[in-house]
Every structure is written in structure tokens, then in C-alpha cells.
Design a protein. Sequence first.
Length: 275
Amino acid sequence: MAAGDAVVIPDIPVALSTASVYPENCAAAFQHAARLGYDAVEVMVWTDPVTQEAGALRALAELHGIRIVSVHAPTLLISQRIYGVEPWGKIDRSLELAHDLGAETVVLHPPFRWQKEYARDFADGIAMREHQSGITLAVENMYPWRVRGREIEAYLPHWDPVPQPYDHVTLDLSHTATAGSDAMAMVEALGTRLKHLHLADGLGSMRDEHLVPGRGSQPCAEVLDTLVHSGFDGSVVVEISTRRLTGEQREVALAESLAFCRLHLAGALEVEGER
């Protein structure tokens, strides 16, 4: 870097997914996020009625002085009846919620194999809705299901979004562990299509572990470093599993995850500033 050149520091908000505090509720997620110093929250639309109601969510955001950057649509297997059972209806209601909240992004999973009609029009449907709404629809990487040593392809057209014609993608680092994917290769291949990061870790077991970053085998620090240097303009969302932890242990895990993220984002900026 030449003398006098300005260092462009990307504004990368660090958000907490409301799923990270389960079995605590959505209101508790906002409390944790504000108390620990997160920049924002991602709302996982869930059975908790607060996650489905824009007015209640706006009240929580105002109460705690924290914004909502993204909405995770109820496209998980265990949330198939939330917002009805019609797939596009679920996406449309999630977009409406995001619009009402001022959230920039809706995260969604690829279709299941039995949703053949939905899958057929999926890429075109999300592109159209993104254009009409002005909200980013970021399709998340998943993983093959494994049953008794056999892999089952549960998603159409595939669990890997990299070769698909999606304009925007969410990269989940617990899912890369479960799938056995090369996370850094995915980051490179996605380029500017990568708009959203679910920061977690995993050891590569058949279970989707969502460990605290740094406790697994995924290149969490390297991914954060790459985002800084690539001009990433999306959000980093801590999405870990704390359901088996005590309240005190949960607080520590959330604080540790935020500290990991801050450390590596700041470290990457320091290196950039020295060039």
C-alpha cells in the first residue's frame, strides 16, 4: 500500500441468531445480544410467536437498541408447518417480515427432494422475488443426510449452492463440516455471491454440530480474514448450538463466539492497514 493511501475498512456487522439461545426464547436472544455487545440479531422464524410478529420484534429491537439484519425463513425440516405448508408462501411471508423490520437479508434452505414443483422453479422464483422486493435472498449450503452408513441426497437440485445459479448464498461453517466440504474453496468459488455467513464450527460428524468457532476443524479465522480482504458487504451471524448448556455456560459460549469474531476481523484489518 502506498503512503497516504486510505485503508477501506468494511462495515461487517456481527449478529446473533435467535437460534443460538434455544431453548430460551426470542426475547432472551435480544437481551443476550445487547448485553454482550453484538451489533445486530438474525431472527429464526420459529414456533415462538414473537419470531413471526413484526410489531413484537420491532419493540424488542427498540427496547434493546439493536437492529435486525436478517430473517431466517422457516425452511428447516422441523419448521415445515410454520407460515403454512406451501413453500412459496413461507418465503413470501418471510420477505414481508424482513421488509417490515428493515432487514436486508432472508436466509433460506434449498428445496427438499419431495418438493419437486417448488424445486423446478426455485432459482427463477427467488431471483424474481429478490428483484421485486429489493431484499437479498441468500440460499444456504446444506449437507447430505447419512442413514446407517449410506448418504441420502435430501435436497434439490443439490445441497451445495456453489454450482447453482443463485445470485446470493449463505455459507454455514457447521454445514461445511458435516458435508466434508472445503470451506475456503467455497468462499473463493462464490466470490461476490457470498452475502451472508453463519459462523459456527464442527468436527465433521454426521450431526450438524454448530460448535463455538475455534472448537472444531473448520477454518473460521481464515474465512473471516478473507471476508475482510475481499470487500465483503454482508453480515456475519453467530449461529451456535447451546441447547444442552446451563444459562451460565450459554452466556460464556455466546461471549466467546463474539470475541472470536471480533478478534479475527480486527486482526485482518490490522494486517491490511500495515500494507
